[in-house]
Design a protein around this ligand. Structure first.
Ligand SMILES: [Zn+2]
Length: 322
């Protein structure tokens, strides 16, 4: 599966999960809700394991890219794709570690990054995430744009260690530093930094195409740009940056992605401020020189400009009210 197709999964997830699940939230006595349903995919999806630093790997499969650390303390993974990928994830980890997965760190709440939580949690892994991941996964959700209901996740799938702004996990002779990136791709995002190995996992705050800003989960374009600035201040030319979807990246690529978003955001903001309607902003093509590189993953240019318009309109209204 290509990185573009992988990117689409993230967007498809909320609606497909809602479709596949019941409209009723189960009372505590009943069977817990199933983990998010994965979009249909060939049954032979393989995990490709790539080494990025001593003891640190990326597992490319179906759903968000998984970070893996193995060593003297055992194994920990960053994100766990979909429930039906768990046996393959376990096999890939078992090739590198005799010990089971001790920690699961979620970069954010989306089901193509947390779908394996149920199984890993039930098997005894400690799930770690930002406070809002637990809050949102533990609460039934109705999508205001299409009224689709998603029940709360099962108890085992919820993070048991959470934090507001930052935390550090001392594991396998490195310091894994977790930092909240507020209201970026969602309101639940963190960056994970292996301080010694100089490796980052940036989740869906960094992908291969125009970004999915999940406004229903507290995401904003301004917050995403700010997130990139926070992260760029901590990296150098040797830093390996694991994207939520797409190939392993670096500082120059993240800088270019950030700079593109600033240019487009500023253009859209100016058009919104001058009273232009959504279709006029789309027609003005504020993304024109970036479309070849970034369109066609999650969104084509028209779709994405439409979303950027809605985002910037909301941002300006919010500023006016203050
Ligand atoms: Zn996501």
């Amino acid at each position: 599966m290509t990185s573009k197709q992988l990117g689409i999964l993230c967007v498809a997830l909320m609606s497909s999960a809602a479709l596949a699940q019941t409209q009723q939230v189960a009372p505590p006595q009943q069977v817990p809700p199933p983990p998010p349903a994965a979009p249909a995919a060939p049954p032979d999806t393989k995990i490709e394991t790539v080494n990025v630093a001593p003891g640190i790997y990326v597992l490319f499969g179906r759903g968000g890219n998984i970070g893996l650390t193995v060593g003297v303390d055992g194994a920990a993974i960053i994100d766990d794709q979909f429930a039906d990928m768990v046996p393959k994830i376990r096999s890939a980890v078992a090739l590198l570690s005799e010990k089971p997965v001790k920690f699961v760190i979620n970069t954010h709440l989306h089901g193509d990054h947390t779908g394996g939580n149920d199984a890993f949690g039930a098997a005894g892994a400690v799930i770690i995430a930002q406070d809002n991941v637990r809050k949102r996964l533990g609460t039934p959700f109705v999508n205001p744009s299409n009224n689709q209901a998603t029940p709360a996740r099962a108890r085992e799938a919820l993070p048991v260690v959470t934090f507001a702004d930052s935390a550090t996990l001392h594991f396998n002779d490195d310091d894994l530093e977790f930092t909240h990136l507020p209201n970026a791709h969602t309101e639940t995002d963190i960056v994970i930094r292996f301080r010694k190995a100089n490796v980052l996992h940036l989740g869906d705050c960094f992908t291969g195409g125009f970004p999915f800003i999940d406004a229903n989960s507290g995401g904003t374009l301004d917050g995403l740009i700010k997130a990139h600035e926070t992260v760029l201040a901590t990296v150098d030319d040797n830093t390996k940056i694991i994207r939520g979807h797409g190939p392993i990246g670096n500082k120059a690529e993240l800088q270019a992605y950030h700079d593109m978003l600033v240019v487009v955001r500023d253009r859209v903001a100016r058009l919104v401020k001058s009273g232009k309607k959504q279709e006029e902003v789309v027609a003005a093509r504020p993304t024109k020189e970036f479309e070849e590189k970034y369109a066609g993953g999650n969104f084509n240019a028209e779709q994405w400009i439409g979303r950027a318009y809605v985002d910037q309109k909301a941002a300006q209204e919010k500023r006016r009210k203050k």
